[in-house]
Design a protein around this ligand. Structure first.
Ligand SMILES: Nc1ncnc2c1ncn2[C@@H]1O[C@H](COP(=O)(O)OP(=O)(O)OP(=O)(O)O)[C@@H](O)[C@H]1O
Ligand SMILES: [Mg+2]
Length: 502
């Protein structure tokens, strides 16, 4: 196990205004799982993109099996046996599994001097690969018909098909259910047994301690150190990542809920497979947690309330009046905001700046004589957001697509805060966010409810539900299965309600 497969030495990389990597080194042992950790913007993805040939490093070297290699592009990385399963999946939805795996390098056969794609071989090879990772699907299934985790498995199959020596996984479990995470861990285990090394990026510390053999921690583009995971604990990892002791994971909840502001009665989706007969109340100054497993229809319920999904029956009362919402604009104009789970697809305007992304939903509040945009007050809002959320970027004019994953999220959260909503619906608000920044977001949530705002928070992290909510509504298969007082809630009883079939 001690043989070094891959080494990155003294790697540096700057972008305009940012030193993303400052002499970073990394040693990966053969057949091991090596976790890469650090706060948002620490440089993890950049380092991996240098390894995979997406970015060119300014200086430094890469050694594969003790031989210096010069990786100019991703094709070359693949040829050398380095594969990457991206956080943003890159598959082609309208093509089938086999075509996605062999895209750009189809097996060829010659029929009477004419070169043709050997479909039969491609299907057979794909079948073999899928059985290797225990994915029970036909190679002819279209990618569009697969779940996120199945698509991810296809990417892994692709990595294996290139007989990768190293597979890089950048936050692979951020949108997987518990069951799917287990399936991924089984695949990782099998890859390891075959001598493949895995570089694993994640913000989920419990997960890292379970799966990783070694952990390398980065901070602000610099290398902090590497340790066997057996020498680490959650607290030690946090301390090394943040550079200081973080004694509390959650701020003290001092606020108290008041009168009911939103009442949902018997709400049922038009989609028979979605939520049914949902009733709950939200109070002014309350954080209502929504627990449940992936697939419990929690996001769908919130999208229904927000006007993004058709409702077949039931009623919503808001500030003592019947609320009719046909489209998100209606909800927004009434003071309801939704931070969606799928921020990449639904929330980010990549080619626009941080400034534009923060202000886009609240321009109406910054008009002089209802016509002219008040640049000064907008600027104040943007700079306050950057400060409060500690968004790491060279300036407010930086394009959001150049920010690290976690920092993009902070920008989107700022957008909804800038709109001053009375009810803020947050769907997995801290997914992909590092521990330090999580605490900042929690503090902002507590400040908001202390001001009399209300928050609905969907979360798959039990400790977050318990640590931040006043009450927790648990859903299972489109229905509510229980309502808990957060002070009395335990991980066990949330889990029990989340898996309760009615
Ligand atoms: N293409 C780019 N152009 C400009 N700056 C960039 C680019 N890519 C990354 N950066 C900057 O480099 C730094 C490191 O970003 P990187 O994406 O590597 O962070 P990360 O550790 O992966 O963070 P996260 O946990 O949030 O994903 C950040 O400050 C980011 O804004
Ligand atoms: Mg990243």
């Amino acid at each position: 196990m001690s043989e070094i497969l891959l080494e990155m030495r003294d790697v540096s990389k700057t972008f305009p205004g940012v030193q993303a990597l400052d002499h970073v080194s990394l040693k990966i042992k053969k057949g091991s799982v090596h976790a890469l950790m650090g706060e948002n913007g620490a440089g993890k993805s950049t380092l991996m993109k240098c390894l995979f040939g997406i970015y060119k490093m300014d200086s430094g070297e890469i050694l594969l099996e003790n031989q210096p290699v010069n990786i100019k592009d991703t094709q070359e990385a693949l040829t050398l046996g380095i594969a990457m399963v991206h956080q943003e999946l890159q598959s082609i939805p309208e093509r089938n599994i086999a075509e996605n795996i062999f895209c750009g390098r189809y097996p060829i056969k010659k029929v009477a001097y004419v070169k043709m794609i050997d479909h039969k071989k491609m299907m057979e090879d794909t079948e073999k690969l899928l059985s290797e990772i225990n994915l029970k699907l036909s190679p002819k299934t279209k990618l569009a018909d697969l779940s996120v985790s199945q698509r991810q498995s296809v990417e892994i199959a692709k990595a294996i098909s290139c007989s990768a020596k190293v597979v890089i996984m950048d936050e692979p479990t951020s949108s997987l259910s518990e069951h799917e995470v287990k399936a991924l861990f089984d695949i990782i285990q099998r890859l390891k047994e075959n001598g493949t090394s895995i570089i694993y990026i994640s913000h989920k510390i419990e997960e890292i301690l379970k799966i990783a053999d070694e952990v390398t921690i980065m901070r602000d583009g610099a290398y902090v150190g590497s340790w066997p995971s057996t020498e680490l604990t959650t607290d030690r990892i946090i301390q090394k990542m943040v550079g200081r002791e973080l004694t509390n994971r959650y701020p003290l909840r001092k606020s108290h809920p008041q009168e009911v502001i939103l009442q949902v009665e018997d709400l049922t989706s038009s989609d028979p497979k979605s939520f049914k007969n949902i009733s709950f109340e939200l109070r002014k100054g309350e954080i209502l947690g929504i627990g449940g497993l992936v697939g419990a229809q929690r996001s769908e319920l919130m999208e229904g309330i927000f006007g993004m999904r058709a409702i077949a029956g039931g009623q919503i009362t808001y500030k003592n009046k019947i609320l009719k919402v046909r489209r998100p604009r209606d909800a927004i104009s009434k003071g309801i905001a939704l931070l969606s789970e799928d921020r990449r697809a639904m929330g980010i305007f990549g080619v626009l700046s941080i400034f534009d992304n923060v202000t886009v939903a609240s321009l109406d509040h910054h008009l002089i004589l209802k016509t002219i945009l008040n640049k000064k007050s907008l600027n104040e809002v943007v700079h306050e957001s950057i400060d409060k959320m500690s968004i790491k970027a060279p300036s407010a004019k930086s394009l959001i697509q150049n920010l690290s994953g976690g920092n993009q999220q902070k920008v989107i959260i700022s957008r909804w805060l800038a709109n001053g909503p009375d009810i803020l619906i947050l769907d997995e608000p801290t997914r992909g966010i590092d521990v330090g920044a999580k605490y900042e977001i929690y503090t902002i949530m507590e400040d908001l409810v202390a001001q009399g705002k209300s928050i609905i928070m969907i979360s798959s992290e039990m400790s977050e539900l318990i640590g931040m909510s006043d009450r927790i509504l648990v859903m299972c298969e489109g229905r509510t299965s229980g309502l808990l007082d957060a002070a009395m809630a335990t991980q066990e009883n949330i889990m029990m309600l989340a898996t309760k079939y009615m």
